[in-house]
Design a binder for this molecule. Sequence first.
Ligand code: ZN
Length: 491
Amino acid sequence: MKKLGVVLLAFLCLFAFPACKKKENLAELGKNLTTYSMDISLNTQEKRADISEKINYVNNTGSIIKQVKFHLYPQFFKSGAVGTVVAETHLNDAYPHGMSYAEFDILGIKVGASEVGIKLSGEHDGILEVDLITSLTPNKSVEICIDFSLTLPNCEHRFGYGDNTINMANFYPIACVYENGAFSEKPYNPNGDPFYSDMANYFVNISLDDGFLVAASGDETRRTSENGKQKISFEGHMIRDFAFVASNKFELKSGKVGDTNVNYYYYADSNADAALQAGVDAIKTFSRLFGEYPYSTFNIVKTDFIYGGMEYPNLILISGDIEDLDDYKNVIIHETAHQWWYGMVGNDEYSLPWLDEALTEYSSILFYDYNSGYNLNHKAMVDANHSNYCKFLSVYKDVLGDMDTSMRAVDEYKTEAEYTYCTYVKGVLMYDSLYNLVGEKKFIKSLSTYFEENKFKNAKKENLISAFEKVCKMNLSGVFDSWLKGKVLIR
Ligand SMILES: [Zn+2]
């Protein structure tokens, strides 16, 4: 109890009157970014959609480009790509009604007014290459229209449907990030969240049956209904992806943090108030600790989802399979922290999954320092991570021999368990050692500096380390490297 008093005092000094800060004008900030406009006609009976996507692609690469490449993540959910969606040990959980596959067909592509060919490449044809009619110089834009249709798999995943929800995430062609003179074409991977994208603007119209509620990225701007069909419009500025979940079983509870509407979409939940409150408390706490949540909408959505939860801009998916209320709230808090680490400060989640994931996990532990009404606490959670990590390492060594404990890219782990322990569990231990080394005040200040310097961009490892070094006035790259390279002995 004594520590809480000290923590609270420091907290108030550091973050006085955050609510007075004016929200940023996101539309103005995003005016020179790529814009995705989509018309989606969703057939909720057949779980299929016809989609017309218009991309006003702005060449922010700094180079003259002759083509634009897009990720086609639904390709990895098709029958020819079996085994790429989840690890084999999770197949029964992901497909409780038996194997089911996506269909995904590109029907036509136009660059400006000209039809162009459909050129697919990469693993499982997961990359679409659109050749531009003429070279595109920096800061100029080109209009690319892609018509496509898809059928969702009966799969409790980010792209699929279950008995309760239709999960539409990573469902549309999204531009690859351009860096080091090329588009980053890393494919889907069953480990982690293998995504990497730039900030953009979204205007999305969704047509579907009346009686369905839709939780989406961005803000709902318009809803009309005619002949049993409704059309809902969403608008999102300065977000790096767009996803939505639809269900005719959803109930809705809403709260508010400053100008932000916090919504909880759920089915069969007798603890809905507690779930909503966890989201409200998380948005409040992380806004004070790291920097303001600048969006008007934050949606927490209970879904048919195989893992604990999943983050998208302004939208988090929480698994309906979680039975324990403390665990459920903890997942909400974790996924909310991703709005800062992944959402606003982006990173290549394929190559550096630890950069957002470990920080998100540790942020969710920090949350309990400032919210004593919850049944979890910082020290107990770090101790549990420590003991779990040691047990895992010992069993692994007995069965499989020495383990590479470096924190690496999602495709470099032999098993999902190895990925999880090295990225999340060890990540918590790394940040806790840093927290103990520099102290709470500098630790939080380092994270708010990292946030401020990298907000709405994609960060690298060096950006994180330099924020800590600047605030703490210490050389910390050796400390980070010893953890990342697996040299720290944990016992
Ligand atoms: Zn996460």
